[in-house]
Write a protein that binds this ligand. Structure first.
Ligand code: ADP
Ligand code: ASP
Ligand code: MG
Length: 417
């Protein structure tokens, strides 16, 4: 079985949905499992709904209307006015309204998962019906019946045994259209696998179904040696190893979700990253031990970092006891650490404050330590660096910190000046 994953960029409008049909017609649908995420930027739009629901209900109706209009426009381009899809979509919006009215639990992450899942549910209904109209028979599947997780909302952990068991119910001869990103806990609540998690869904299902390959369809030719939104003259990586892909995703290359690779590597399932526009192109193949082809420096950018430098107030050394209390706080405030550097009297961390907790962290540290920080800095990681590639990055601003290992150099740069 082959697994295809189509992200939001591939179905951002009606033309995208028609193109998905073109891809399936080109590739064939035999033994294929299709995973679809929310259309365009709909997950961001649903995040706004959650925000208004919890913070400012005067804007709530408007935020839902905008999402309805977005889908309505696509429906009117793809379907006749009496098509049953209109009812299905109305029903989904009705369910969402029902949840928002009846729900008593105002815990952000819980509400988030119960609401944002509609992006994926809507997208898959639309794609499934449009495929049927285009002569491609398929089954719409609610992936929450298959992928079971714990109740860690917004970043749920997969219950692999249960999920594996559930996949046995699937008929591998059928074409399924299902959602990425969403899952379900033991109480029947919707959970999600973390932003951009649809790639991970492909990894989970590929692992459980022992798929022959996974293909992620993108608006770029494959995995490039740098983010094309930040760098010009990017180079297509024709083949990379699982290890390289894990390293790149770990350092922040947003082209593949970091958790996707491990399940594939465990079963040696190759991952292809291909362009949904240029179907003749072979894209990037990610597989076991593959040499990097072509051998070139790869650049990964992480914006909006905070570089924090911490030292003891009494000029004592930064030793295990101090460090463990700092890490305790980082963990407590769910602050992601992207780089660590330690010297005798100071400890530097480059962090990402995804949950807006930095002020609390700072306040707790401040009585015991001297804390200095630079906000809004950029962390550049270069894999397979050389002096030329380092120079290219150094030009981007003031270098605040650099760390080098055998294959990787990381530079924290203040680009504002
Ligand atoms: P999808 O909606 O399919 O998940 P995304 O927009 O999340 O797609 O990811 C695709 C985008 O990732 C590309 O358009 C590209 O701008 C960006 N990107 C960042 N780093 C890389 C990279 N190293 N190689 C390819 N694309 C990259
Ligand atoms: N729709 C989700 C997101 O935007 C998951 C995904 O696209 O992979 O994060
Ligand atoms: Mg994405």
């Amino acid at each position: 079985m082959k697994i295809f994953k189509f992200g939001g960029a591939s179905i951002k409008n009606a033309v995208g949905v028609k193109n998905l049909v073109r891809v399936l017609n080109f590739e064939g649908t035999k033994n294929t499992f299709v995973i679809v995420s929310a259309m365009g930027k709909m997950t961001n739009a649903f995040e706004k709904v959650v925000y208004y629901y919890l913070n400012d209900t005067s804007e709530l109706k408007n935020s839902i209307n905008q999402i309805q209009l977005f889908h309505q426009d696509i429906l009117s381009e793809l379907f006749e006015s009496e098509h049953l899809i209109h009812n299905q979509v109305t029903q989904l919006f009705g369910q969402l309204q029902g949840f928002l009215i009846q729900n008593k639990n105002k815990e952000y992450s819980y509400v988030y998962d119960q609401v944002v899942c509609y992006g994926e549910l809507l997208a898959t209904k639309i794609v499934s019906e449009f495929l049927k109209d285009s002569g491609i028979k398929n089954n719409w599947l609610d992936v929450r019946e298959i992928i079971k997780t714990d109740s860690n909302f917004r970043n749920a952990s997969v219950n692999w045994e249960e999920t594996q068991l559930n996949t046995q119910k699937l008929n591998q001869q059928e074409l399924y259209i299902t959602q990425g990103f969403i899952s379900q806990d033991a109480k029947g609540n919707t959970t999600t696998l973390g932003r951009e998690g649809s790639d991970f869904t492909a990894g989970i299902l590929a692992y459980c179904l022992e798929a022959e390959s996974v293909t992620i369809w993108k608006d770029v030719d494959g995995v490039l040696n740098a983010d094309p939104r930040v760098f010009q003259d990017t180079i297509l990586l024709q083949q990379i190893s699982y290890q390289e892909a894990i390293e790149m995703a770990f350092y922040g290359a947003s082209v593949i979700h970091p958790k996707t690779i491990k399940p594939l590597e465990n079963k040696r399932i190759p991952l292809y990253v291909r362009s949904f526009l240029n179907l003749e192109n072979t894209g990037t193949k990610v597989s076991k031990g593959a040499q990097l082809v072509p051998k070139t420096s790869c650049f990964i950018v992480k914006k909006n970092q905070i570089l924090v430098s911490i030292s003891a107030k009494d000029f004592s050394f930064m030793v295990e006891r101090n460090l463990s209390s700092i890490f305790e706080l980082l963990h407590q405030y769910k602050i992601k650490v992207n780089l660590i550097q330690n010297s005798a009297i100071s400890f530097s961390v480059c962090i990402e404050d995804n949950y807006s907790n930095f002020t609390h962290f700072y306040k707790e540290l401040n009585p015991s330590f001297n804390v200095k920080y630079n906000e809004n800095v950029t962390m550049f990681t270069i894999r397979h660096f050389n002096s030329e590639s380092i120079k290219k990055i150094e030009k981007k601003g003031i270098l605040l910190l650099q760390q080098t290992s055998r294959e990787t150099v990381q530079l924290v740069i203040d680009e504002k000046n």
